[in-house]
Design a protein around this ligand. Structure first.
Ligand code: 5RP
Length: 232
């Protein structure tokens, strides 16, 4: 059922793509539907270029026949479509459940418009139920971990900060970093928290996406609802 809803949201987002657009291609199971549907349109003659937000998406997009470019060749994009782990009414997001947050944020920030596609389970009254991913360089991991823990405690985290693993080994991102997941439970002040995390030298990026998303296409049992950011 959930895959059907994800595909419906992706189908609405793919309608936004116009000929000649430069498109950021998100990562995850929902974005995967978007890339598939965009591939269909490309094979039908649509002229676009894409910038993938992960190696997994790059492999999928190549298989779909979507022409790809890089942000070095094409530093400004028209539209990025990506999934999210959580979003609130102001369209503040938590991303990085799939480990691609760094490239996802760089690509979203380079885009005139970022649209999130999701099923209704991703909409929350307040961020923080989903553990907040924080990408850290490998050098000095233990020191960065302590620093992130201090910030997590200061901001009222209800759970631990854990090193993400893949099997027995620490998870390694496409850019060669590790991820710490903070089990906040609830995040009272996302903006201030985002600023605090960015002050830790070993933190490359965190999964709070604030002021980047302009609309969410939310698939519900009653159809796809377009959520615009509430003032606040
Ligand atoms: C990857 C992400 C994904 O967009 C997020 O995890 C949502 O994934 P899915 O659509 O599979 O629920 O941030 O880093």
């Amino acid at each position: 059922m959930s895959e059907i809803l994800k595909r419906e949201a992706a189908a609405r987002a793919v309608e936004l793509v116009q000929p000649g657009m430069r498109v950021g291609l998100g990562t995850g199971s929902t974005a995967r539907h978007f890339v598939e549907l965009l591939g269909e349109r490309v094979r039908g003659g649509l002229d676009v270029v894409g910038v993938p937000t992960s190696e997994a998406t790059r492999v999928q997009a190549e298989a779909e026949g979507i022409p790809l470019t890089t942000l070095d060749e094409t530093p400004q994009l028209d539209l990025t479509v990506d999934g999210a782990d959580e979003f609130d009414d102001r369209l503040r997001l938590i991303k990085g459940g799939g480990g691609a947050l760094l490239r996802e944020k760089i690509v979203a920030a380079a885009s005139t418009r970022m649209v999130v596609i999701a099923d209704a389970s991703k909409r929350v009254a307040g961020l923080g139920r989903f553990p907040l991913p924080v990408e850290v360089v490998r050098f000095g991991l233990a020191a960065s971990w302590v620093a992130v823990e201090k910030i997590a405690n200061r901001f009222g985290s209800q759970g631990p900060v854990t090193l993400r693993r893949k099997g027995d080994e620490p998870f390694v991102t496409d850019s060669g970093h590790h991820i710490l997941d903070i089990a906040f439970g609830a995040i009272a002040e996302p903006e201030t928290l985002a600023e605090a995390l960015s002050t830790v030298p070993g933190v490359v990026e965190h999964g709070l996406f604030i002021g980047l998303c302009s609309a969410a296409f939310l698939a519900t049992d009653e159809g796809v609802v377009v959520v615009e950011p509430a003032a606040g």
